[in-house]
Design a protein around this ligand. Structure first.
Ligand code: C2E
Ligand code: CA
Ligand code: CA
Ligand code: CA
Length: 279
């Protein structure tokens, strides 16, 4: 009797129900988001170690929902993954990113390569490589200019499918980056099986690295590991000059973070980084 009462009269506070309400709302609105043109892409520049040149950027999705306002990708991407909407969203992101790069090429803009986040859940739903190949041809983009970012955690959840899908993409010429590296507990055995062009060291290892000997050792070790794997290294979430100064001598290839620039909409990016390509 008590259970039934709790379920039906709506007076018992149940955080799970409230959570699901939000998820439900996000799901409903997300289904309309592409059609309503509520998505935009932001781009965060990556700078080369040493000379701080900008020739590469990470593509980051933004959603301004008519009903819900701005919703963070950290919140809506998991919902999209859970209900299969991720396939259409990823296709929108890839298509828009390629189109943007194509426009930049025509304008001789400084960005030569883009990285794009892809949820490895996507691999269960369909063949990403076919779609990417088709769109690359359509927008005249050489696949070697595109880096696919997959989080270490999601790869480890789904290792066999991920290994297969990433090899297929690699065979087409696309590059592969392992995102949030250091947080996903990958075994060295799996790392060996994955085709990796870039290891992106998670921000948690970078914060105050100049003052933290343990983080220094971890980052140095990851960089050495990457070199053995023949991969580049990007350090994410660089926020202070002290962090930059420390990382300059570390042997990483790219630095990314608020110290250099937040993710920017196209117009701001182009206002800020003109042809000279320097910060
Ligand atoms: P991520 O791929 O690890 O992206 C980096 C996140 O860190 C971005 O958050 C970026 O704005 C933020 N960031 C960059 N530099 C700094 C810094 O110096 N300090 C701090 N505190 N943060 C920094 P954002 O844009 O909110 O994205 C969150 C996550 O959502 C991304 O994490 C990625 O996993 C996911 N995401 C974003 N766009 C897409 C997409 O198009 N597709 C998929 N599947 N996932 C996406
Ligand atoms: Ca990323
Ligand atoms: Ca990351
Ligand atoms: Ca992340």
């Amino acid at each position: 009797f008590a259970k039934e009462k709790g379920r039906n009269n709506g007076q018992v506070y149940d955080p799970a129900i409230h959570y699901n309400e939000r998820e439900h709302q996000i799901l409903l609105e997300l289904k309309q988001a592409i059609k309503r043109e509520e998505f935009t892409l932001y781009f965060q520049p990556l700078v080369t170690e040493g000379t701080f040149e900008v020739n590469k950027a990470e593509t980051l999705l933004r959603w301004n929902s008519e009903q819900l306002g701005h919703v963070s990708p950290a919140e809506f991407i998991p919902v999209a993954e859970k209900y299969g909407l991720i396939v259409d969203i990823t296709e929108w992101v890839i298509c828009s990113a390629f189109q943007q790069l194509n426009e930049w090429d025509k304008a001789h803009y400084i960005i030569q390569s883009l990285s794009i986040n892809i949820s490895s859940v996507h691999f269960q739903y369909g063949d990403v490589s076919h779609m990417m190949e088709k769109l690359a041809t359509q927008f005249d983009i050489d696949p070697t200019r595109i880096e696919i970012e997959i989080t270490e955690t999601s790869v480890m959840k789904n290792i066999d499918e991920a290994v297969q899908a990433l090899h297929k993409l690699r065979a087409l010429g696309f590059r592969v980056a392992l995102d949030d590296f250091g947080t996903g507990l990958s075994s060295l055995n799996y790392l060996q099986q994955l085709p990796i062009d870039n290891l992106k060291i998670d921000r948690s290892f970078v914060q105050h690295i100049d003052q933290d000997n343990k983080k220094q050792v971890i980052v140095e070790t990851i960089i050495r590991l990457a070199q053995h794997l023949g991969a580049e290294v990007t350090v994410e979430g660089v926020e202070t000059k002290q962090e930059v100064d420390f990382l300059q001598a570390s042997g990483c290839n790219y630095l990314q973070g608020y110290y250099f620039s937040k993710p920017l909409p196209v117009k701001e990016l182009m206002d800020r980084y003109q042809a000279k390509g320097l910060v």
